[in-house]
Design a protein around this ligand. Structure first.
Ligand code: AHR
Length: 652
């Protein structure tokens, strides 16, 4: 064993004593520094990674209306189908949904179709599933036999559906109850008997959807959002707003009204990444703008729609609409406000009412453009702004600051948008952890008088662009550190949302994502837990916290922000220890304040920055709550290595 002399021992002892000496921080409860907005922490929803179709929209049948480019994509033939027995009919009179299948059975042979679902169908033992269709009987005699099967062909549920009718389009439905669970289910539709029938909208939904709504949303996926209590939902994206070209842009009017009339288009993420091609990715719009508004209302989040500004994605075609054709786009914005807020006797308010929601949705925020840049954007945005501000001064306008948080494009737009007096500027940053750590003071010197900030899309990317970004603890902890800066500057940063929201483990195009799902399960990444902790412990008033007289933005790898929660009378400390050793801190409250009861301490910690949650281990990292007693007006606390901690302290 190596010997050490007395002098070295003394140095080591004193340095270890020194490293254990608590750090002193001051919290000035008597100097509130602004209000936290009720929309501070929200979510960003986009139909990417099978987020909507194959995700939160609970439809289990892929290509139910045969409108994919290849009409029978997702469908496989069962039994015998002699030439001419199944025809793809294209009927130009049927609005938004021209194709259907004409089944012609002159004799009673075994014939059917199998739908493969979205990477299979999630079927749960004991649950009921409703099969439904639209059909038109040409000649009597065809009846349907339905089967849910697993990947080996075992039948999990069965049902019969006779088809009767008078040559008009009509609906029919039957319930199937599953006797086993599988993530890889398939639907068999057998056409029995003889006769001729035209079928469309072949559909299968679980009965157990969010709020039990028929043909509704996947319950577990909404539940995990609801548990975050997000202040807003931004929808429908993202690049999907822009489209690869203008024809492929998101047009909200095509996503409302009867579902069978909502015209399907290709999902731009179908072809976006050559290494993650997803040829079967389309947008059915079963989850459309009405459903987005309803979802926002359900979970108490402000709806934040983002509309196309007359420009397609500038990374793709970069098409722009000529200025003299922009009116249609501006009209879409005006009509959307009417759809959301207008009286039931207004043209669009009436459609909302007919869809089942006579009460307004109270839209207050509207975005124009996503990741658009350059003078061509400013020119179009100005046209929107002029009309919207004149007709709807009550709606706050959100504008894009481009694709990144710095550089020429950003500087140009930031200047322009401020001089245009845009209400809210949407900033995006997908950057490595080091950027988030060094950016905790980003907003400390932002102009307080002008536009507010919406951190509309961000995520710490541990490995990009060559491989899948992993949603590791390192990424999440760096976000937590950065978010102390968002919170400290909550008077100017009014909204923030991580992006993207959902990823399907077998159908993703972009990662990291906040929440991962397969056909049966859902779990939150470490970043999800960070977002949720910020949202659940939002507070109402910004309180300064100082270390050696300065904001806590990374000195000694420590990050902190504090808020007061008027409703509960609690001081809330958010603290990131980005060290591989514990750190002790004395938080000195100003002398007038006293701690008056039991505090709670919620910790997310792991010494391994590389750890992540997964379908197999969904809670490898999760928050742990302790009850704490602190006395007088000093909070003495020790923080675990690589930890994010929220402490709620009742104070008087
Ligand atoms: O969140 C994924 C994509 O990232 C969004 O669609 C886009 O706005 C950004 O580039």
């Amino acid at each position: 064993m190596k010997k050490i002399n007395l002098f070295t021992a003394l140095i080591l002892l004193s340095s270890s004593l020194f490293s254990q000496a608590p750090i002193e921080m001051k919290i000035a409860l008597d100097q509130p520094a602004g209000e936290i907005s009720s929309t501070m922490w929200g979510v960003f929803f986009e139909d990417i990674n099978l987020g909507a179709d194959g995700g939160i929209y609970a439809e289990l049948v892929k290509n139910r209306s045969f409108e994919f480019d290849a009409p029978l994509m997702g469908w496989n033939q069962l039994g015998e189908l002699p030439e001419g027995s199944i025809l793809v009919v294209n009927d130009s009179k049927r609005k938004g949904n021209r194709r259907s299948l004409r089944i012609n059975k002159k004799v009673d042979f075994a014939a059917g179709l199998q739908n493969e679902g979205f990477r299979g169908m999630g079927i749960k033992q004991g649950e009921r599933y409703e099969f439904s269709l639209l059909y038109k009987q040409i000649s009597e005699g065809v009846k349907l036999k339905l089967e849910l099967v697993d990947s080996s062909g075992h039948v999990l549920a069965e049902g019969q559906l006779p088809l009767t009718g008078n040559g008009e389009w009509q609906t029919a439905a039957v319930n199937l109850t599953a006797n086993a669970t599988t993530a890889g289910g398939k639907l068999n539709i057998w056409f029995q008997g003889t006769g001729e029938v035209v079928v469309d909208m072949l559909s299968l939904f679980p009965e157990d959807t969010w709020k039990g709504r028929k043909k509704g949303l996947r319950k577990d996926m909404v539940q995990i959002l609801d548990e975050m209590k997000p202040g807003f939902i931004r929808f429908p994206g993202g690049c999907i707003v822009e489209g690869r070209d203008l024809a492929n842009r998101f047009q909200w009017k095509n996503t409302v009204g009867p579902i069978e009339q909502r015209e399907l288009i290709i999902n731009r993420w179908n072809t976006e990444f050559s290494q993650r091609l997803t040829p079967d990715y389309f947008q059915s719009f079963g989850l459309g703008f009405f459903e987005y508004f309803l979802l926002s209302e359900d979970i108490g989040a402000e709806p934040v729609p983002i509309l196309n500004c007359g420009m397609a994605c500038q990374f793709n075609t970069a098409e722009v609409v000529p200025m003299d054709e922009l009116d249609e786009y501006v009209q879409d914005a005006l009509d959307l406000i009417e759809f959301a807020n207008g009286p039931v006797d207004s043209p669009w308010g009436k459609i909302r009412a007919e869809m089942g929601h006579p009460a307004p949705f109270h839209l207050k925020l509207l975005g124009v453009g996503n990741e658009n840049w350059g003078p061509q954007y400013v020119e179009r945005l100005e046209a929107f702004q002029n009309i919207l501000k004149q007709k709807h001064p009550e709606i706050a306008l959100i504008a894009s600051s481009g694709t990144g948080p710095d550089g020429e494009r950003f500087e140009y737009l930031d200047d322009k948008l401020r001089s245009m007096k845009i209400d809210i500027i949407d900033e995006h940053y997908y950057r490595p952890p080091a950027w988030f750590l060094s950016g905790a003071a980003r907003y400390d010197d932002y102009d307080r008088r002008g536009a507010k900030i919406f951190a509309g899309e961000y995520a710490s990317h541990t490995t990009r662009p060559n491989g899948p970004g992993r949603s590791t603890w390192e990424a999440a902890l760096s976000e937590a550190a950065f978010m102390t800066g968002l919170e400290r500057n909550g008077d100017v940063v009014r909204m923030a949302s991580y992006a993207p929201l959902f990823g399907h483990v077998e159908g993703w195009q972009w990662s990291p994502d906040l929440i991962w799902v397969d056909n049966l399960n859902v779990y939150g990444t470490p970043s999800y837990h960070v977002q949720k902790l910020y949202s659940l412990h939002k507070g109402s008033t910004i309180i300064p916290i100082k270390y050696e007289g300065k904001n806590v933005t990374g000195a000694d790898s420590l990050y902190a922000s504090t808020v007061f929660d008027r409703d509960s009378g609690e001081l809330i400390i958010k603290f990131v220890n980005y060290n591989n050793s514990s750190t002790s801190v004395n938080f000195q409250l100003n002398s007038k304040n006293k701690i008056v009861g039991t505090a709670s301490k919620i910790t997310l910690a792991n010494p391994d920055l590389n750890i992540a949650n997964s379908i197999e281990q969904p809670l490898a990292i999760q928050p742990v709550t302790d009850q704490m007693r602190y006395n007088g007006n000093v909070v003495k606390e020790t923080f675990a290595p690589y930890s994010f901690t929220v402490i709620r302290i009742p104070v008087r």
